[in-house]
Design a protein around this ligand. Structure first.
Ligand code: NAP
Length: 285
C-alpha cells in the first residue's frame, strides 16, 4: 500500500486565499486586520520565522509590524510594550516570538498579552477555553493538523488517535482538539512504556517529539493516518520529521511529508487567527 499524501503546501495556499478574501471584505469596511510581532534578541531561527510571518501576512493583505528589540531589553520594558499594544484598537493580534532571552520569564510575558489578541493561542485563557470547549484562539500547529484531517474528510468520531508528545503548544492542545471531535485519545511521552503497542492500535497518529524515526513502519497499523509535526535534521543536514517517511508511507493510508506538511499549515493558521481576532472586534462594534 502507498499512502496518499496530505499536501500542506496546497492546503495552506487555499487557506491563505480564503484569508485574503475575508481580509479584503474587512478592509472594505475600513478595518485593517493587524498583527504586531515582537522579536527580542538575535536568535537566527527566530529572525527567519518572524520574517516569514510578516511576509505571509502582507501577501494576504493583513498588516504586520515587526518590532525588534536588543537582548538588553528588560522584562519590564517588554511587558510595558505589550500593555501598550493591548490598549491599541488598531492592533488585533500580538505575537511574542519564542524563545525569549534567558533573563525573561516567557510565561509571565505571554500572560501579559490580552487573551483577545493572543493569536498564538499560548495564553492560559486560550488553553482553558480549548479545555472546556469555549471559543478562543487555538495554537496554530495543532489547529493546522485538524484542518488537514478535515480537508481529507476524515471523521474522527470513535477513532483512536495517539498523540506522541505532550508539550503545551503541540501535544496537549492536539489531544484536546481530537477529543473535541469525538476521537478516543491516548497521549504518549518520554515515560510511556511500549509505545509501539499503543501506536499499533491507532487510526490516527500525530508525532510531535523532535526526534528522527520515533515512528517506524512496524509501529503503524495499515491504513492509519500519520501526521508528522517533528522538525529535525537528517545526517545530510536536510529537514526531516519524526516519522520514518519512506517506510511508513508503504503502510499508512494518509501521511504528511516534512517539509511541506504541518509547517506551512502552522504559518497559515496564524493568519486565520489574526483574521478571527479582527473579525471578532469588528462584530463587537
Ligand atoms: P517539546 O516541548 O520538546 O516536546 C516534545 C515531547 O516529546 C515531550 O512531551 C516529550 O516527553 C516527548 N518525547 C520525547 N522523547 C520521546 C520518546 N522517545 N517517546 C515519546 N515521547 C517522547 O517539543 P514541541 O515544542 O512539542 O515540538 C515537537 C516537535 O515539533 C519539534 O521537532 C518541533 O521542532 C516541532 N514543531 C514543528 C512545528 C511546525 O510548524 N511544523 C511547530 C511546533 C513544533 P516529556 O514531556 O516526557 O519530556
Amino acid at each position: 500500500m502507498t499512502a496518499q499524501l496530505i499536501d500542506g503546501n496546497a492546503l495552506a495556499k487555499k487557506i491563505r486565499a480564503e484569508v485574503a478574501g475575508r481580509t479584503q471584505a474587512l478592509r472594505a469596511r475600513g478595518i485593517v486586520p493587524a498583527l504586531s510581532i515582537i522579536l527580542v534578541g538575535e536568535d537566527p531561527a527566530s529572525q527567519v520565522y518572524t520574517r516569514h510571518k510578516v511576509n505571509d501576512s502582507t501577501e494576504t493583505g493583513l498588516q504586520a509590524t515587526l518590532e525588534r528589540y536588543p537582548d538588553s531589553m528588560t522584562e519590564a520594558e517588554l511587558l510595558a510594550r505589550i500593555d501598550t499594544l493591548n490598549e491599541d484598537p488598531a492592533v488585533h493580534g500580538i505575537l511574542v516570538q519564542l524563545p525569549l532571552p534567558r533573563h525573561m520569564n516567557a510565561h509571565k510575558v505571554i500572560e501579559t498579552i490580552s487573551p483577545s489578541k493572543d493569536v498564538d493561542g499560548f495564553h492560559v485563557a486560550s488553553a482553558g477555553a480549548l479545555m472546556v470547549g469555549q471559543p478562543g484562539f487555538w495554537p496554530c500547529t495543532p489547529y493546522g493538523c485538524m484542518k488537514m484531517l478535515e480537508d481529507i474528510g476524515y471523521d474522527l468520531k470513535g477513532r483512536h488517535a495517539v498523540v506522541i508528545g505532550r508539550s503545551n503548544i503541540v501535544g496537549k492542545p492536539m489531544a484536546l482538539m481530537l477529543l473535541q471531535k469525538n476521537a478516543t485519545v491516548t497521549i504518549c511521552h518520554s515515560a510511556t512504556q511500549d509505545l509501539k503497542s499503543l501506536t499499533l492500535q491507532a487510526d490516527v497518529i500525530v508525532a510531535a517529539v523532535g526526534k528522527r524515526n520515533v515512528l517506524t513502519a512496524d509501529m503503524v497499523k495499515p491504513g492509519a493516518v500519520v501526521i508528522d509535526v517533528g522538525m529535525n535534521r537528517n545526517d545530510e543536514g536536510k529537514l526531516c520529521g519524526d516519522v520514518d517517511f519512506d517506510a511508513v508511507k508503504n503502510v499508512a493510508g494518509w501521511i504528511t511529508p516534512v517539509p511541506g506538511g504541518v509547517g506551512p499549515m502552522t504559518r497559515a493558521m496564524l493568519l486565520v487567527n489574526t483574521l478571527h481576532a479582527a473579525e471578532a472586534l469588528s462584530v463587537e462594534r
